[in-house]
Write a protein that binds this ligand. Structure first.
Ligand code: BES
Ligand code: MN
Ligand code: ZN
Length: 498
């Protein structure tokens, strides 16, 4: 999708459709009102009929308006003006873009709903771009017959009031487009089934991402190399699978040479059956999404490349399957991680932390400025926060706050859970340095406590995305989260250093 911002008179600009927001009680926006006057009150005439109540997301299409260069006008309900926000705007626009995608309009011009400048313009356009990306996404890679829409929506322009708005809106459109590309990559990878998206496939995708891109380098470590490094925890998980494990390393060098990188470490478990502690059959197919953390790392790096961000970033994705097998981990097995710490595996389904701990130890060699791991780590996090917020746990308040703010600003929110030392006791083992599970209480927290034992040498935060990375039910599929949060975080880090 292409995006841009424009100044001008709406009625004079050629487009397949003008998208005009309307607040409840027939309140037109400033640009909507100007348009209506220029075209002889055709919009107010429709509003007078009262078929259209302007509830959020309600739509009314007008065809061939008179005195207007556009072919259509789509009225979009924005709800109560008092409750309006950028987030509300995005929610209202999703059905509008879906309708356009089906209608045969290949382009549209969206009249921005407020005359406010700078910051709020930026937010509105970012939300609108996000809405467009969400609306047109579909996944048909595995259908024998692809049904592309006849005239897909290809460009979305935004009409703004002033030069200042034009600058802010243009920046937002560029950022939104790049984040959209990253999110789409993450969604596509996650929606692929486990028999296609294996650790080797994921590694190949990382290499493909880096190909021809000067600032991005991909390295893939195989099992032999991981053995040499002593990654006994990671390799114990992949022993139960016929697919060889991979450790994917992506280095993006957009910043000053020598500047410490931000490290993103993503769980890339391409299918989680639970191992010997096997999961119940119902909905087990959804465990193909257990690589969403890794996919979000690839997505965030794709966004960095698109935006040519002036920052150094390392992406590290430990990738494996978790299956039952004669050679798989057994409850009670004790393994030695790369850090030297020993782990008693009481539940083989708590495998994410086993592959992540070795990846985190490996991350030390990059002397990172900050490390963020991203993982579909616990069902407990889904119970705690549902699909609204990712769980955030960190030993560093500064980094935690940066991530919370990036989440709010990008509409891809996180919520902090505690990581007090007192929880560490739940991981005590009679036989090894620690157990890999901490009992029934605070499952999301004890999983993070486990990881905390491997992150002592750097500033670290953990995002549990088990509830946010995909949706179940009739909308089953990957969401691309938390690519927007991560990209926003990196964008803000760049701004702070400029
Ligand atoms: N990948 C799962 C976590 C998960 C569960 C993600 C449900 C999304 C939805 C993870 O590997 C896992 O199985 N965790 C266990 C941990 C438990 C054994 C301590 C869980 O949450 O049940
Ligand atoms: Mn598991
Ligand atoms: Zn898992």
């Amino acid at each position: 999708m292409e995006y841009s911002c424009k100044l001008g008179a709406a009625e004079k600009l050629k487009s397949a459709c003008l998208v005009v927001g309307v607040f409840q009680n027939n309140r037109l926006t400033p640009l909507g009102g100007q348009l209506d006057e220029a075209i002889g009150g055709q919009i107010r005439q429709v509003l007078k009929r009262q078929d259209f109540s302007a509830d959020s997301g309600q739509l009314q299409m007008l065809y061939e308006p008179r005195d207007c260069a556009a072919v259509r006008i789509l009225l979009v309900g924005l709800g109560d003006q008092k409750e309006f926000s950028a987030r509300q705007y995005g929610l209202a626009l999703v059905p509008a873009f879906q309708t356009l995608e089906k209608s045969g309009a290949a382009d549209c011009l969206v009249l921005l709903p407020t005359a406010a400048e700078d910051d709020s313009t930026y937010r509105l356009v970012r939300e609108a771009v996000n809405a467009a990306e969400t609306a047109v996404y579909h996944f048909d890679q595995c259908k024998s017959e692809k049904k592309p829409s006849k005239r897909p929506l290809r460009r979305v322009d935004f009409l703004v009031h002033t030069r200042v708005q034009l600058n802010a809106g243009t920046r937002a459109a560029e950022h939104g487009r790049a984040i959209g590309i990253g999110s789409r990559l993450a969604r596509d990878l996650a929606n692929l089934p486990g028999n296609i998206c294996t650790p080797s496939y994921l590694a190949g995708q990382a290499q493909a991402l880096a190909r021809g891109r000067r600032k991005l380098k991909a390295t893939v470590l195989g099992e032999k190399e991981m053995e040499k490094l002593g990654m006994g925890a990671l390799l114990s998980v992949s022993r139960g699978s016929r697919q060889p494990a991979k450790l994917i390393v992506l280095e993006y060098k957009g910043g000053k040479p020598g500047a410490k990188p931000v490290a993103l470490v993503g769980k890339g478990l391409t299918f989680d059956a639970g191992g010997i502690s096997i999961k119940p059959a119902a909905n087990m197919d959804e465990m193909k999404y257990d690589m969403c953390g890794g996919a979000s790392v690839l997505g965030a790096l794709a966004a960095c490349v698109e935006l040519d961000l002036p920052i150094n970033v390392v992406g590290i994705v430990p990738s494996s399957e978790n299956l039952p097998d004669g050679d798989a981990n057994k409850p009670g097995d004790i393994v030695t991680s790369m850090s030297g710490q020993t782990i008693e595996i009481l539940n083989t389904d708590a495998e994410g932390r086993l592959i992540l701990c070795d990846a985190l130890t490996y991350t030390e060699r990059f002397e990172p400025a900050a490390v963020i791991d991203i993982a579909t780590l616990t069902g407990a996090c889904v119970i705690a926060l549902g699909d609204q917020a990712s769980g955030l746990m960190s030993t560093d308040d500064g980094l935690a706050n940066e991530l919370l703010e990036a989440g709010t600003a990008s509409g891809d929110r996180a919520w902090r859970l505690p990581l007090w030392d007192e929880y560490q006791r739940q991981l005590d083992s009679n036989f090894a340095d620690m157990a890999n599970v901490g009992g029934r209480g605070a499952g999301a927290v004890t999983a993070a406590c486990f990881l905390a034992r491997y992150t002592k040498s750097f500033t670290w935060a953990h995002l549990d995305i088990a509830g946010t990375a995909w949706l179940s039910g009739k909308d089953k599929g990957a969401t691309g989260r938390p690519v927007p949060l991560l990209s926003e975080f990196l964008l803000r880090r760049c701004k702070a250093s400029m």
